[in-house]
Ligand binder design. Structure first.
Ligand SMILES: [Ca+2]
Ligand SMILES: [Ca+2]
Length: 272
C-alpha cells in the first residue's frame, strides 16, 4: 500500500466513523426524545406492572393495620402468673364476714392482657404507713417470693395500714395480684387498692378495688366483695388504668388485727 493510499483510507475510515457517530447521536437524540414523552407513558405504564404491586400493597397495608388493631387490645394473651405452693385445701366454713365471695372451687381462669404485659412491680421500691414492720421488710413485697412459710411474709402493725409501690414510671395497668397471707384461710378487712400519678395520692387517683362496704376507712363505700386468701392470690382487674404508684390498704384480718403481705404483682406496660 502506498502512503497516499493509506492516507486516503485513513481519511475514509475517520470520515465514515464520524458519519456513523453523528448518525448514532442523532438516533440517540431522536430515540431519547421520543423516550422522554413516553416517560409519561412509563408513568402511566407503571401502574400497569403495578397491578401486581397494587394487589400486593393492600395486603401489606392490611397486615400492619390488623396488627395495630390487635396491639390496641384485640390480641390478648393469658398472664403467666407463677403460683406458690398451696398450704391448705378445702373451703373454710367458719368465717363470718358480710359480703363474702364464694370460693370458685376450681383454678382461676386465665386472665387475658395485651401481649408484652409483665409484672412491672418486680423489685420496685415499697414504702408504707408502717416503715418498720413487726416481721420482715417492705422490700419483700416485690421480691417474687410468694411462699406462705416463715421468712416470706411481712407483718405490719394493727388496724388500718397501707403499702405503696413506686413503679418508677407511668404504666398502663391491666391486673394487680396480691397475696396477703395464705398459710391459713383468713379474710382481710377493708381492702382498697388505688393507682395515682404521685406518691401522696393527690393526682389522678383511681380506685381499682374497694371492699370497705361501710366506709370504715373513709375512702368511699366499696362495692367489691371480701374474699378468703389462697395461694392463687387475689387478681384485681385494673382495666387499663394509668399511673405510677399503686397503694394497697387493709385493716387487720379475721384472725387478728395485724396486716400481712407476701407479694404484690402489678401487670402492666410502661407508657412511652
Ligand atoms: Ca415476697
Ligand atoms: Ca369496713
Amino acid at each position: 500500500m502506498t502512503k497516499s493510499n493509506s492516507r486516503f483510507l485513513w481519511v475514509l475510515i475517520v470520515g465514515v466513523g464520524l458519519l456513523t457517530s453523528c448518525q448514532k447521536s442523532e438516533q440517540q437524540q431522536t430515540q431519547q426524545k421520543p423516550e422522554q414523552p413516553p416517560a409519561a407513558a412509563p408513568a402511566t405504564e407503571a401502574p400497569q406492572p403495578a397491578p401486581e404491586q397494587a394487589a400486593a400493597l393492600p395486603e401489606k397495608a392490611a397486615t400492619p393495620a390488623t396488627e395495630a388493631a390487635k396491639a390496641t387490645g384485640d390480641q390478648s394473651v393469658p398472664l403467666d402468673i407463677k403460683l406458690p405452693k398451696p398450704m391448705f385445701v378445702g373451703t373454710p366454713t367458719n368465717i363470718a364476714v358480710p359480703n363474702l365471695e364464694k370460693p370458685l372451687g376450681r383454678p382461676r381462669p386465665p386472665f387475658l392482657a395485651p401481649a408484652g404485659t409483665k409484672n412491672v412491680a418486680f423489685k420496685k421500691p415499697v414504702t408504707g404507713s408502717d416503715e418498720q414492720p413487726i416481721i420482715g421488710e417492705l422490700s419483700m413485697i416485690t421480691d417474687a417470693d410468694k411462699e406462705a412459710g416463715e421468712g416470706s411474709f411481712v407483718e405490719l402493725g394493727p388496724l388500718l395500714q397501707y403499702v405503696t409501690i413506686d413503679l418508677k414510671g407511668r404504666n398502663t395497668i391491666y391486673a394487680i395480684v396480691v397475696w396477703h397471707y395464705h398459710k391459713q384461710a383468713v379474710v382481710y378487712h377493708d381492702i382498697i387498692v388505688q393507682v395515682a400519678d404521685d406518691k401522696d395520692f393527690v393526682s389522678n387517683v383511681q380506685t381499682v378495688f374497694n371492699n370497705d362496704i361501710d366506709n370504715t376507712s373513709g375512702r368511699g363505700v366499696g362495692k367489691d366483695m371480701s374474699y378468703v386468701e389462697t395461694a392463687e392470690g387475689k387478681l384485681i382487674d385494673a382495666k387499663g388504668v394509668q399511673g405510677r404508684y399503686v397503694r394497697l390498704y387493709s385493716r387487720g384480718n379475721t384472725a387478728n388485727d395485724l396486716n400481712h403481705y407476701i407479694e404484690v404483682e402489678v401487670y402492666g406496660k410502661a407508657m412511652q
